[in-house]
Design a protein around this ligand. Sequence first.
Ligand code: FES
Ligand code: FES
Length: 211
Amino acid sequence: MTTSEHADPRPNLRAGPDEQSGPSRRSVLLMAGRAASLAATSSAAAQPAPSETPPNTTTARVRLVVNGKEQQLELDPRQSLLDVLRETLDLTGTKKGCNQGACGACTVLVNGRRITSCLTLAVMHDGAEITTIEGLARGDELHPLQAAFIEHDGFQCGYCTPGEIMSGVACIAEGHAATPEEIQFWMSGNICRCGAYPGIIAAVVDVAGRT
Ligand code: FES
Ligand code: FES
């Protein structure tokens, strides 16, 4: 048996990359790169193109009488009354605060009853009469409670004010405004982050005493 028949089975660590048996470091890196780019291509292909998103074709016909004006609307049934007022009818006086029923900024009257419009769907009020802050004044003449808010300094930033006024109007109409404590209780769902409560209560007391 010659020396050449007893070849050393260990890898030749002195040999250059191309001389070693098995894949070279360069070819392993190239293969890994190709595999990564193939994976990226197939994952992109799995995502639906924007145009493939199924369109929302379901709409509902809803008739609302908003501030005395009839509105025939074709609405997405998932739209809240607040979003329809603000975004469809451009009545942005009604404010979106928490959008989850906790602050009262979105208070409007539906058939004379105050509700938080962020918590109700517009389609649920087909045929209803809605009053928003824009519907209170008579031309240039402010509603007495709007005027009283100015007179009694019932606001600072003003963000909660439309909801406070709508709630105050309903509170007086409900007969829940006999005392400041009663007003505090029945308007406790309307939050004023500026803390303008003394002026708000004074304004409601003032108007309630005149009606
Ligand atoms: Fe509706 Fe706050 S925005 S309760
Ligand atoms: Fe600013 Fe009420 S006036 S939140």
